[in-house]
Design a protein around this ligand. Sequence first.
Ligand code: PXP
Length: 249
Amino acid sequence: MTRPLLLGVNIDHAATLRQARYRGVHAGPHAEPDPVAFAREALAAGADGITVHLREDRRHIQEEDVLALARLPGVRLNLEMACMPWMTDFARRLRPAAICLVPESREEVTTEGGLDVLGQADRVRATVAALREVGSEVSLFIGADAPTIAAAHATGAPVVELHTGAFANASGPAAAAELARLHAGCVQAHGLGLVVNAGHGINYDNLPAILTLPHLHELNIGHAIVSRALFTGARAAVAEMKRLMGNRA
Ligand code: PXP
């Protein structure tokens, strides 16, 4: 029997909306929308985890958000971060349940848009070791190409998140080819003993195709859920995504 597919709700864009008005403004607790309140709603609707990306330019999530989210009772927090010493120090102090290493700058990105694990092997390996040491589960956000998956496995990370952006941005035969590439990536990663997650650009319409991929453990979905929440509220947006994810064969 397949285990239920988990949903990590990425709430970055709740913070994007807040920063559109309040960047550089001291608005205190009245700055809206509050990403922590969004996270509470998502958890109440059945989200299995909350994901945030602390970016170097702080364009959405701020350190204070991460600290407040970590205090939410029962939250499984997944912190996305780049392989940078100050972020590694921050994460080692925080010790979130999960950490996903993502590229921050152009030089760290593969052609598929994921982390350049082949080109940055030493840095990635050292970061994985430093974060695993404090008990966080570490995943690497990578393109679904065979050499990168093999390199990700060699870093000692137990989890990969396959980048679904190229699939989400394609249509027709190109989308079918991207889906086939993701399928092969899932099989390879699972065969190596890696836990396989997926994310980027997944929405209510392309989800059925994503659900055909084998061995998936968790999907990280942000923009589509936050966008729908503007119309339906966060609870209904998350609950609907969870309901659709239950349709996995
Ligand atoms: N997974 C990772 C590693 C991400 O960086 C992001 C945000 O870009 C997502 C998933 C969520 O992507 P989206 O907002 O397109 O659903």
